[in-house]
Design a protein around this ligand. Structure first.
Ligand code: FPP
Length: 238
């Protein structure tokens, strides 16, 4: 890969896997079939990102707001999650570090155990970091960070004058990851939906309107990477 190409690759891609329900509806199938197909797209895209040399990729799998969906749909997503956590174990044999972001205490005990074990067993791997957001909400993450900083200040473990943006970042679920610099959302919705709010301060956004997540392919990722490489990132400068 040419040097300039590597430099123009995003360091951290966030992906909002949207459109599973519509994909199923278009085919007259229950929504859970869309999620099953979406999980297959997740598998394909993780491998492709690794192949392309992307160092960090975070997928939005379940938000703090998704609990309001019908129980049958929530159960279907959780059961897919369980199945795929076993599959994710295969990636870690390929030197991929896995980090789960979100409040896992609300999840089934066996899912929590699988998550903890995956994180522990992959913590020294360095080829790529795979983030999976489960019961994740950006506002809840920021609130929790503020609370834990306040606690450390109150207990005397942290000096208030030392609290800066870096300290704050270190109290987020993503403390081990660089800020996200590209967010991709297929399915024609143009919003962030409480995903990586702090971390996306300078991210480029690519919204793809003609594709639903279950159909997202390597070709779509190439398109997004080409578009990212063409953008002129100024970080508030000129
Ligand atoms: C958004 O589409 C998708 C979700 C809320 C669930 C995503 C979950 C998976 C892909 C499966 C499990 C995850 C992993 C990591 C294996 P939507 O249901 O809002 O679609 P719609 O907007 O068309 O209704």
């Amino acid at each position: 890969m040419a040097k300039e190409r590597i430099e123009s690759l995003p360091k951290h891609i966030g992906i909002i896997m949207d459109g599973n329900g519509r994909w199923a509806k278009k085919r007259g199938l229950p929504r859970k079939f869309g999620h099953r197909q979406g999980a297959k797209a997740f598998r394909k895209v993780v491998r492709y990102c690794k192949e392309k040399g992307i160092r960090c990729c975070t997928f939005y799998a379940f938000s703090t707001e998704n609990w309001s969906r019908p129980k049958e749909e929530v159960d279907a997503i959780m059961s897919l999650m369980k199945e795929y956590l076993d599959e994710v174990r295969k990636y870690i044999d390929e030197d991929v570090r896995v980090i789960f972001i979100g409040d896992r205490t609300k999840l089934d005990h066996d899912i929590q155990q699988k998550m903890n074990a995956l994180e522990e067993d992959s913590k020294d791997f360095t080829s790529m970091t795979l983030g999976i957001a489960v019961n994740y909400g950006g506002r809840a993450e920021i609130t929790n960070a503020a609370k834990s900083i306040a606690q450390e200040v109150a207990s005397g473990d942290l000096d208030l004058s030392m609290v800066d943006e870096h300290t704050f970042s270190q109290h987020l679920y993503t403390s081990q990851m660089p800020d996200v610099d590209l967010i991709i959302r297929p399915s024609g919705e143009y919003r962030i939906s409480n995903f990586l709010l702090w971390q996306s301060a300078y991210a480029e956004f690519i919204f793809m309107k003609n594709i639903l997540w279950p159909d997202f392919s390597e070709k779509d990722m190439d398109k997004a990477l080409d578009e990212f490489a063409r953008r002129n990132r100024r970080f508030g400068g000129v």
